[in-house]
Design a binder for this molecule. Sequence first.
Ligand SMILES: [Zn+2]
Ligand SMILES: [Zn+2]
Length: 169
Amino acid sequence: MKCAEHIAQDAVATCQTCGRGLCTECTSIFDRPLCEPCARQENRSAIAHNEKLIGSAKRTLVLPAILFPVGLTLLIANGAVHDVSTFFRAVVLAGLLAMTPAGWSFLNRYFTPGGGYIFLTARWLNAFLHLTLSVLLGIVVGPYQIWVSIRDIAELRRINAGILAGGYV
Ligand SMILES: [Zn+2]
Ligand SMILES: [Zn+2]
């Protein structure tokens, strides 16, 4: 078999994806035997996949980014802030509000708001308990999710930049 790119050269390996022949030079371009078109294709799908993950990481940041300023604005507009300590309290309350959806969806993996608490028969009591637990869980889960999302976005962007810098896209 001859190299698909250099027809004068004998193939020493084949592309792992399409099976075309690769000469010594072509075999050493990538970290494993791949022809150039297949490597570009693979890089493009890797970038697209990472972009999708970046998109979903960004979506987890949207709700807190909206709820925190909205909550703080509402508290200020309703006269809840008149000095440093009431401002601090308003920041904490707005933070709790912003983190609660993360606690809520985390809790939903284990209990459904309507009927998950078999020891409580009243639906409103279930809902109240669910909301309370969501607020408490949100204190831990919310900041953790924000940190993970920001870290993932940075890491995935770094990976994509590395693929683009390689030139085979
Ligand atoms: Zn190939
Ligand atoms: Zn070649």
